[in-house]
Design a protein around this ligand. Structure first.
Ligand SMILES: [Zn+2]
Length: 339
């Protein structure tokens, strides 16, 4: 399933995400040489419609022209089939950011993911960046696989906001034991600012001194990192109808729901309107371990309200994303960041 290359294939620099399958017909790991041998690892298109990583890489590589890279670069190109269709993943495919389990691989996709990690481990990467877009309106932020200072230092190069996600089989967490590792949430698909900031981060990592992430290096650059931790993932009960545009449905989300992202919401804040006497709980909250969490919402008439203060993130009004993944997350501040 995985192909490896030691050069950029012809056509890579000009291809859109939808056309990339003509250049790379399968998930690919591309190793480009550079002056510093420890490579920067960049993962793009784990979600097929999120093209920020491709655009950012094209921009960085174009700006260097034919000059040698200051550091080796290994690029993992993920779900080219979904990219061709312009979707996060095809029906019947796994989510490419959930195949990076530390358990022994079982499926073909998990074997591919394990091979990528093993190959990169041999190359002792300098840092790992996994580039994503959001399906909702959010500020740019990183996802941290842990609070180790090296991950925080890498995150601070991208944004003052970070979300701690420790217990998912994501690419970011698979690389965390190997090198500084973050996932970058680069705003909505098509966001020019997202592409610009992702490209700036790649460029910074390519040019960085080998000691950048070591203790005492670069501390405090740009102020402290503000770290949040998601404690609940929100799902809409599958059996219920759902709308985001004010049309009649069992569960009605406000068209403005994305404006709640990264805001402090008090207890009692409305999250959705719901029909009376629904057969199941309309909005279900799960811990990141998958266990149900009860009592996060309370119903008041036709309104579903937050039962406790929380900060929302990644709330989206994209119905397909809600059905395939989730409505969004609730999070709390992590009180004592390490650095
Ligand atoms: Zn994504």
């Amino acid at each position: 399933m995985l192909q490896q290359l030691d050069h950029l294939p012809t056509g890579f620099m000009m291809a859109s995400a939808r056309d990339l399958h003509r250049v790379l017909p399968a998930p690919s790991l591309i190793h480009l040489p550079g002056d510093e041998p420890r490579p920067l690892f960049v993962s793009i298109l784990l979600h097929g419609n999120e093209d920020v990583g491709l655009r950012a890489l094209q921009s960085v590589l174009a700006s260097r022209g034919t000059r040698h890279l200051p550091r080796a670069l290994s690029i993992f190109v993920g779900n080219v089939d979904a990219a061709r269709a312009g979707v996060r993943r095809l029906d019947g495919q796994p989510d490419f950011n959930r195949i990076w389990s530390t358990a022994p691989p079982a499926t073909p996709h998990e074997h591919m993911a394990a091979a990528v990690v093993e190959i990169m481990k041999q190359r002792a990467p300098f840092a790992a960046l996994d580039l994503h877009n959001n399906s909702g309106r959010n500020p740019l932020y990183s996802c941290l696989p842990g609070t180790a200072p090296q991950h925080q230092r890498l995150a601070r190069l991208f944004s003052p906001l970070a979300l701690l996600i420790e217990s998912q089989p994501s690419l970011g967490s698979a690389f965390a034991p190997i090198c500084p590792s973050i996932s970058c949430e680069c705003g909505e698909i098509g966001s020019a600012q997202g592409v610009f900031r992702a490209a700036a981060l790649i460029d910074k990592c390519l040019r960085a001194a080998p000691s950048l992430f070591e203790d005492g290096e670069g501390d405090g650059e740009g102020g402290p990192l503000e770290i949040y931790q998601a404690f609940a993932v929100l799902k809409v009960a599958e059996a219920l109808s759902l709308s985001c545009d004010g049309t009649e449905a069992d569960v009605g989300l406000s068209p403005e729901i994305e404006s709640l992202n990264f805001r402090d919401l008090p207890a009692g804040h409305p999250i959705a309107s719901v029909r009376a006497a629904l057969p199941v709980e309309p909005l279900q909250a799960f811990g990141l371990d998958g266990a149900r969490i009860a009592g996060l919402f309370e119903q008041a008439g036709a309104q579903l309200l937050l039962a406790q203060p929380a900060i929302a993130a990644m709330l989206t009004r994209d119905l397909r994303a809600i059905r395939q993944d989730c409505l969004g997350y609730l999070m709390r501040r992590v009180p004592h960041p390490v650095c």
